[in-house]
Design a protein. Sequence first.
Length: 135
Amino acid sequence: MNITKYTFPPHGDDRGQLVAIEATKDLPFAIKRVYYIYDTLPGVRRGFHAHRNLQQILICVSGSCKIHLDDGHDTAEVTLDKPNEGLYIANNMWREMYDFTPGAVLLVLASEYYDEADYIRNYEDFLKMVQEEGL
Ligand code: TYD
């Protein structure tokens, strides 16, 4: 599976690090929504869905976590452990997030507003859609 990661150059100096991300210059889409996941309890696995239209960039800005990706044909496990590295997740991609370290913060940059109708939450429906649409 083709995994697309973005590396954002840190503007580091003797005070520490700073990363700036500008919509459409540094990302393949304009950001409409930002959310973040934190205080994740040990052993939690979350996500378990795909999106019809939404594209996202996931950045573990503190700590680390792993992302399970599934395009209906292949799967991949991706570790996010760098605050200046983003994982691109295209639409029609099943994802699960797991192995959050204590205190991990997962920042998500999203191409669309929150829309429950955009979610595919049933894995069998996801596989059916991939097959029927020849994705
Ligand atoms: P949920 O979809 O369960 O998160 P995940 O897929 O990461 O396991 O979302 C948790 C709750 O937050 C759910 O009630 C929907 C709500 N939510 C919003 O209101 N806006 C958002 O942008 C997102 C991502 C979730």
